[in-house]
Design a protein around this ligand. Sequence first.
Ligand SMILES: [Zn+2]
Length: 442
Amino acid sequence: MRIWIKDPLAIFAAGAERGVVVEGSRIAERVGRGQTPERIDATYDASRAVVLPGLVNAHHHFYQTLTRAHPQAINKKLFPWLVALYTIWSRLKPAHLRLAVRMALTELLLSGCTTAADHHYLYPAGLEDAVDIAVEEALRLGVRMTVSRGSMNLSAKDGGLPPDSVVQDEETILADGERVLKLFHDPKPGARIRIALAPCSPFSISKDLMTESARLAERYDCQLHTHLCETDDEEQFCLSMYGLRPVDLLEETGWMSSRVWLAHGIHFNAEEIARLGRAGVGVCHCAASNMVLTSGVCRTCELEAAGAPVGLGVDGSASNDASNMMEAVRHALMIGRLRYGADKITHLDVLRWATEGSARCLGRSDIGTIVEGREADLALYTLDEPRFSGAHDPLAALVLCGAHRADRVMVAGEWRVVDGMPVGLDLGGLIAEHSAAARDFA
Ligand SMILES: [Zn+2]
């Protein structure tokens, strides 16, 4: 089956003015100006749509959709915000998590996201199957996922930040990491599910767990992920606990590699940026979360110039508090402008970070761009809302006028959103169930 996505209003791809041909799960052909593709079985009229490669969300905590705008946590910086929420989160049960995952994936999908990384690091007793739940829900909704098997093993009694009730010991963490790698990790191009190993952050894990996670990732050929250099508090913690700055901690534990992508990456010095770039360590910029928690601003331009892949993430829904990937694109433009000036960051830069950049963070070259042979993951937006009326450059309008909902979304050649609604899912029913779970839990 060859489908021609025909004559888009605009498309974020070179040489595809007349659209793209999708064959099976892949992009078969870009159709340039004045060209007509051959052997077409079906045509989709895209003349009202701006077409992007499906957006790739490189950092999130799906379970946090249950504690958005929580009165105990709002108006705080990272450490007090975490301490306020840990005890609430320790009550999380599998049924709550399943609805949270379904809601986060649906919200992301509706915003045009086709691949999402979730970092689940919370393991109170009874929640041992968190990864299995995420995989089941992702396959059901048809969104690609890197499910990051998170971990915490340094609780308050050992000098860490989280309470005892949400951490596990190192042996349990590594054994479960290996279990889910064997069960679910697919390193091949076109994979629906990949697993990453993701010790949570320097103030909630031991140095040994970082080293052993890196060894396990090497054996199973998977990515490694953690939060790093999000706040000054974290830097002080590393200096007093280990006598090391956070990037030196990465170096000592075998994490300076292109297998690694970091969430936030704000408080690096120039020498550290050069080292991260040389090693090919990716950085996921989480603009909304950084603004809400007043953590600082990621040095995206310096990191990219040094050679580090830069991607975008919405971050957890208790610090954003939304899971909208198109909004994340706009936030990255706004905060980037404030830092670097009007001529240094364009709408094309932030769209590139949200697609190809995030895909590189996740170690994927099969998604993130509209090129022959890549996966047919596409997001189509119409510009017929009041906010776009009078707009001229359609690609710029998506970002500057604030697109937030896709009209159609395709993953691996299949439509997963049609007319702005998820295919095969009762959205009203999900909102009702998820809201009830949030009330019950939090
Ligand atoms: Zn995070």
